[in-house]
Design a protein around this ligand. Sequence first.
Ligand code: F6P
Length: 323
Amino acid sequence: MAKLKTIAVITPGGDAPGMNTAIRAVVRTAIFHGVKVWGIKEGWWGLMHDNLVELATKDVSGIINRGGTILHSRRCPEFKDKANRRLAYQNLRAKGIEGIVAIGGDGSMRASQIIMKETGLPVNVIPATIDNDIPGTDYTIGFDTAVNTAVEAIDKIRDTATSHQRLFVVEVMGRHNGFIALDVALVAGAEACFIPEVKHNINQLVKLIKAGHERGKKSFIIIVAEGAADSHKIVAELQRRLNIEVRLTILGHMQRGGVPTALSRELACKLGATAVELMIKGGGGYLIGAISDKICCSPINKIYKAKKQIDLEQLRIANMLAT
Ligand code: F6P
């Protein structure tokens, strides 16, 4: 087997705290083993437009604790077009790139699968998205940070909710799934939680709040994943049917930024190093995750269409503890 000489690293999807930590791990591991690394800037769009820079050890100094991605990112619908992908492949070939480490979510995994099929180049994917919706890993890089960011905000909201005896609907990210919402609801002690995986029932929520009121509860926090329901409509409906002031807070993109937590960084260091060392040994086409604290490499072609299941037992516990 010929020695691997040159790889590239890319962060093509939505950013997540800990991505920089992962870039650092990829670059330093590659250089440690004598492999040259190109950073592809601005995602797949940057690859199509030849926006690549060679990265040295010093280029990733001081980023282990920085949110965002130094490589920048950009949504790139143009990459769905095969002619555009051909441009991207020419740019890879021109630089002698023999493998890619993609740091991202489900979109990055799908694109990686196409690239491998069309070029034969190995791509290893490191799961990084605040959504935690990637199979083959218990947690994605950035998820723990986003949950902590949301919980910190909700703890503050609870102070004012209690003072004014109000109900707050707090919308968290998660367009297609409720992983953030469910974790946040459990650890912030929310009274209820709406997630896209479970059909919500507003009548039941009204009943629950009324029962809480009768037991002496004066304030309420309801967590809504952005993809579960229209939070504005929920607020209007609750305001109409309950004798309590209702307010809405949409946490939005603040959940995607900030200093990565120790857990997000630990995952990024370990998965980044493994993705490169596996490729050096000839292993390409894997999603590098961690299951029960053990690094676990799953073939992308087997899992890129799979859907990670939400833990409904956690929802049951959250609901039980909220009563
Ligand atoms: O994939 C991460 C995510 O933050 C989702 O939770 C959210 O729905 C989406 O990205 C927002 O994407 P954009 O920043 O492109 O609006």
